[in-house]
Design a protein around this ligand. Structure first.
Ligand code: ATP
Ligand code: MG
Length: 403
C-alpha cells in the first residue's frame, strides 16, 4: 500500500499487543485508499461488507483486514442514530486518520504503526494509557456505550486479557447501563461470549462480568442460580469449568463452544431436571426436556448455533447414563461419539462436589483398565445399583430402566 502511494498503518489490537510484548491474534490495517483502490493494488483481495466495505487481503491462510479511514457521523444526521437508544445504525462515512482514531473504542486500541518511518501515531494518549495499564474510552463513556453496548463487554474482555484497569469514568456507566445489552443481536453476543471465555482468561472475565452485573444480562438463568448457591456448588462448578478451559487453551488443547456453554448452563438444566423428576417425569426424559427448555430460553440472550446446541444436549443427557455401570450399557456409552466430552463434564461435576466422586473415578479407571479388569469392574454393577436404589428411595421415585 505504501509503495503504491497510500497511507497504510497497522492499527488496533495488533499494535497494542506488539507494544505489550504479546503475540497479536490478527492484523488490521487502516488506509486512506478506498476499498476499490486497495483491490487494485492486490490481486489476492476480496471486498466484503455492504454497509461498510472492507478489503480482505489474503496471504496464504492469513487474512489482513484493510479498512479505509472512517469518519465520525455528523450530529446533524439524526437518521443514522436509533432515536430510542442512541445506538449507531449506520456507520459508513470515510474520513481522515484522526477521525478514524476518534471513532475507535479505547485509547490503547487507537494506535497506528506507521511503516513509513517506523513510528507509532497516537492522537488520543493511547501510549500513556498503555504504560499505565488503563482502559479509557474515547469520548463520553455513557454515549459511547449507548452507541454500541458491546463496548462494555470489550472493556471487560480487555481488562481480563491484559490485566488492565478500567478507567473509573468508564466503569460507572457499565454498572448502570448493563440493560443496553438487550438491544444487541443475540448472534453478536454469542460471538462476544466466545471471545470472553475462550481467550485464556475466562475466570477473570467471569469474575468481572459478575462484578459489573453484566453476567446476568448474558446468562440470566445461570446468574439467578448463582445467587441461590448452596455449599458453594454452582459457583465452584462454573469457575472450575472456566479454569479448565483456560488451562486447555494455555496448553494448546482444543476447546469447544459446546462444552463451554454446557458448563455455563448446567445449573439451570440441573434444577429444571430436578423439578421435572419431582413431578414424576423419568430422569432420562426430564434432562432431555430441561436441556431443550433452558436452551430455548437462553437463545433470547445469546444465540447458540445448532452445531453447538446438539452436542451440548448430548453432554447433558449422557450424564444420566453414567450411573449405569453394567457391562453392556457401559461399553455402549464408551463408544458414543460424545463420550469423552461427557466424561470430562462428569469429572468436573465430581470435582465441584455435585456428582459422586467414586462414580467419576470408576469411569476414569474403566477406560484405562485391561479387558479382564474391566470385566471384574462391570461385575460390581449389582452392588452399585443396589446402593443407588437404597439412596434414591428417599429422594425421588424409582427410575425405569432404559431399553
Ligand atoms: P483482539 O483482536 O485482540 O480481540 P482488537 O482490539 O484487535 O482485539 P478487534 O475486534 O479485532 O479488536 O477490532 C480491531 C479494532 O477495531 C479495535 O482495536 C478498535 O480500534 C476497533 N473496534 C473494534 N470494535 C469496536 C467497537 N465496537 N467500537 C469502536 N471501535 C471498535
Ligand atoms: Mg483484532
Amino acid at each position: 500500500m505504501h509503495s503504491a502511494g497510500y497511507q497504510a498503518h497497522l492499527v488496533g489490537g495488533g499494535v497494542r499487543d506488539l507494544l505489550l510484548g504479546h503475540e497479536p491474534k490478527d492484523f488490521d490495517v487502516a488506509t486512506n485508499a478506498s476499498p476499490e483502490e486497495v483491490k487494485a493494488v492486490f490481486r489476492n483481495c476480496r471486498l466484503i461488507g455492504r454497509r461498510f466495505r472492507l478489503a480482505h487481503v489474503h496471504f496464504g491462510h492469513e487474512i489482513i483486514e484493510v479498512a479505509t479511514f472512517r469518519g465520525m457521523q455528523e450530529d446533524s444526521a439524526p437518521a443514522v442514530r436509533d432515536s430510542d437508544n442512541g445506538m449507531l445504525v449506520r456507520d459508513n462515512v470515510y474520513g481522515t486518520i484522526e477521525e478514524d482514531a476518534l471513532r475507535r473504542d479505547f485509547t490503547v486500541n487507537a494506535l497506528y504503526y506507521n511503516i513509513e518511518d517506523f513510528s507509532v501515531i497516537d492522537y488520543t494518549g493511547g501510549l500513556e494509557d498503555l504504560e499505565k495499564g488503563l482502559l479509557r474510552l474515547l469520548g463520553d463513556p455513557a454515549t459511547r456505550y449507548r452507541e454500541d453496548p458491546v463496548r462494555m463487554l470489550r472493556a471487560i474482555r480487555f481488562a481480563a486479557k491484559l490485566g488492565f484497569r478500567i478507567d473509573p469514568a468508564c466503569e460507572t456507566p457499565i454498572l448502570k447501563q448493563g440493560a443496553l445489552l438487550r438491544s444487541v443481536p443475540a448472534a453478536r453476543l454469542f460471538e462476544e461470549v466466545l471471545k470472553l471465555f475462550m481467550s485464556g482468561t475466562a475466570v477473570q472475565a467471569f469474575e468481572k462480568l459478575r462484578h459489573y452485573n453484566l453476567f446476568s444480562e448474558l446468562f440470566p438463568e445461570t446468574d439467578e442460580c448463582l445467587t441461590h448457591e448452596e455449599h458453594d456448588f454452582p459457583i465452584t462448578f462454573v469457575v472450575r469449568g472456566l479454569h479448565n478451559t483456560d488451562l486447555r487453551i494455555r496448553e494448546g488443547k482444543p476447546v469447544t463452544p459446546a462444552f463451554l456453554f454446557a458448563v455455563l448452563l448446567w445449573e439451570p438444566v440441573r434444577r429444571t431436571t430436578q423439578l421435572l423428576v419431582e413431578s414424576g417425569e423419568p430422569p432420562a426424559l426430564a434432562i432431555q426436556q430441561a436441556g431443550a427448555e433452558v436452551i430455548s430460553r437462553q437463545i433470547a440472550q445469546t444465540s447458540i448455533p445448532r452445531r453447538f446446541s446438539m452436542p451440548m444436549r448430548e453432554i447433558w443427557q449422557l450424564q444420566h447414563r453414567f450411573e449405569q455401570r453394567g457391562a453392556r450399557r457401559a461399553k455402549r456409552l464408551m463408544v458414543h461419539p460424545r463420550f469423552r466430552a461427557a466424561y470430562d463434564f462428569l469429572v468436573l461435576r465430581a470435582d465441584a462436589g455435585e456428582a459422586d466422586l467414586e462414580l467419576a473415578q470408576w469411569w476414569t479407571q474403566i477406560q484405562e483398565a485391561q479387558p479382564e479388569v474391566q470385566n471384574r469392574m462391570f461385575n460390581k454393577e449389582g452392588v452399585a445399583a443396589g446402593r443407588r436404589r437404597r439412596r434414591r428411595r428417599r429422594s425421588r421415585p424409582a427410575e425405569p430402566e432404559e431399553s
